[in-house]
Design a protein around this ligand. Structure first.
Ligand code: SF4
Length: 342
C-alpha cells in the first residue's frame, strides 16, 4: 500500500487494523444482519455511539428479530425508546418493522431503492443497510462523511449548499469491493481521526492525498452557513396528584412533536389544555429543555384533587410506576422538578 493507492484501499487497510468493536457490527469478514444495521442506524441518527449502545443491546435482547419487534406492543417499544429522543423515529421504527414482517416476509429488501420505500428509512439509512448488510456499492453520506470529503478535496463552499457536491465527490471514492467495510471505515475515520475539531492528521491513512491538510485549512472545513437562533417557547406543566398518590398523565396526539408519548399535561407551547382542578400553586424555578428547533421553558403548577375528582382526559399512574411510562426526556425533567419542589 502506497500513498498513491486509491483512497478506498488505504482506508480499508487502516480499517482492518483499527476498526471499532461495536455491538451492532459483525465479526470481520462476515456479512452484517440487516435488522441490526437498520436498528443501530435509526438509533444513531439522534445520539452518540456510547449513548445508543445500551439501548441497542436492550432492544436486540428483548426483540432479537425484526418479526419480534413487529409483534411488540407499541407502548412497550415507546417506553424502551424513552430517553433517546425524536419519538417520531420510534413510531416509524415500529411501522418499518411491521412493514418488513407483513410485506417482505420478515426479510429486509436488499436494494437501496426498495429500502427507501420503508417507513422512516431515508437516503442515509437505505445506503448504509444496502452497503453494510448486502454488500451493495451504495454511497453512505452523513455528517462524518461530509466532513472527511470536504477536507480531502478542500471544498470551501459552506454547508448546506455544498451537500450535492460532497455527495458527488463521496460517490467517486466508493469502491465496488467491500463497500460495507468502506462505509464503516469512513464512519470510524470521521469519528476518531478526522474529528470536527483538531483532526488527527498524523494518524490518518489518507493524509498524503488530503488537500485541506496540504493547504492548512482542515480544521475550518466543512464551512457552515450561519444558523438562525433558536426561538424560546414558554408553557406550563400541571402536576396533579390524587389522594392515592398517583399522578395524572395524558397521551399526546399520534402526530406531531413527541407524538404518542405520555406527558404531564401541559399547555401554552404546543397545544394542550389544563386539567380543570383547583388550588394550583406555582413551583419555584422552571424546567428547561432544548428541542431541535426551539428552546422550551416550562413553569410547573402543582395541585391535589379530592377523592371524587374525575379527569376529563388522561390516566393516573402511581408515582413508583412512573419509570415504566414512555415519558420523553422533557417530561422526566418535569417529574424530577415536581418531586423536588411540590
Ligand atoms: Fe481529515 Fe487530516 Fe485525514 Fe485530511 S489528513 S482526511 S483533514 S484527518
Amino acid at each position: 500500500m502506497t500513498k498513491d493507492s486509491p483512497v478506498a484501499d488505504r482506508l480499508l487497510a487502516w480499517y482492518d487494523r483499527h476498526r471499532r468493536d461495536l455491538p451492532w457490527r459483525s465479526p470481520p469478514g462476515e456479512r452484517a444482519d440487516p435488522y441490526r444495521v437498520w436498528l443501530s442506524e435509526i438509533m444513531l441518527q439522534q445520539t452518540t455511539v456510547p449513548a445508543a449502545a445500551p439501548y441497542f443491546r436492550a432492544f436486540v435482547e428483548r426483540w432479537p428479530r425484526v418479526e419480534d419487534l413487529a409483534a411488540a406492543d407499541t407502548d412497550a417499544v415507546m417506553a424502551a425508546w424513552a430517553g433517546l429522543g425524536y419519538y417520531a423515529r420510534a413510531r416509524n421504527l415500529l411501522k418499518c418493522a411491521r412493514a418488513v414482517a407483513a410485506e417482505h416476509g420478515g426479510r429486509f429488501p436488499d436494494t437501496e431503492s426498495a429500502l427507501l420505500d420503508l417507513p422512516g428509512v431515508g437516503a442515509y439509512t437505505a445506503a448504509a443497510i444496502a452497503a453494510i448488510a448486502f454488500g451493495r456499492p451504495a454511497t453512505v453520506v452523513d455528517g462524518n462523511v461530509e466532513r472527511v470529503v470536504a477536507r480531502l478535496f478542500a471544498v470551501e463552499e459552506p454547508l448546506p449548499g455544498a451537500k450535492a457536491t460532497l455527495r458527488r465527490l463521496a460517490a467517486t471514492l466508493t469502491p465496488p469491493q467491500r463497500p460495507g467495510d468502506y462505509a464503516q471505515a469512513m464512519m470510524d475515520l470521521g469519528s476518531g481521526v478526522c474529528t470536527p475539531r483538531k483532526p488527527r492528521c498524523m494518524l490518518c491513512p489518507l493524509a498524503a492525498g488530503c488537500a485541506a491538510r496540504a493547504a492548512g485549512i482542515a480544521e475550518g472545513l466543512p464551512r457552515k452557513a450561519p444558523k438562525a437562533d433558536k426561538p424560546t417557547r414558554r408553557g406550563t406543566a400541571y402536576w396533579l396528584l390524587n389522594p392515592e398518590g398517583a399522578v395524572l398523565l395524558r397521551r399526546r396526539a399520534e402526530s406531531g412533536l413527541l407524538g404518542g408519548m405520555a406527558e404531564i399535561p401541559s399547555t401554552g407551547w404546543d397545544g394542550g389544555t389544563a386539567p380543570q382542578a383547583t388550588g394550583w400553586r406555582c413551583l419555584p424555578g422552571a424546567v428547561r429543555h432544548t428541542f431541535s428547533h426551539f428552546h422550551l421553558e416550562l413553569e410547573v403548577m402543582a395541585a391535589r384533587t379530592g377523592a371524587d375528582w374525575r379527569a376529563a382526559d388522561g390516566f393516573w399512574v402511581p408515582l413508583d410506576r412512573l419509570g415504566e411510562q414512555a415519558l420523553p426526556s422533557v417530561m422526566r425533567k418535569v417529574v424530577r422538578h415536581a418531586l423536588a419542589h411540590a
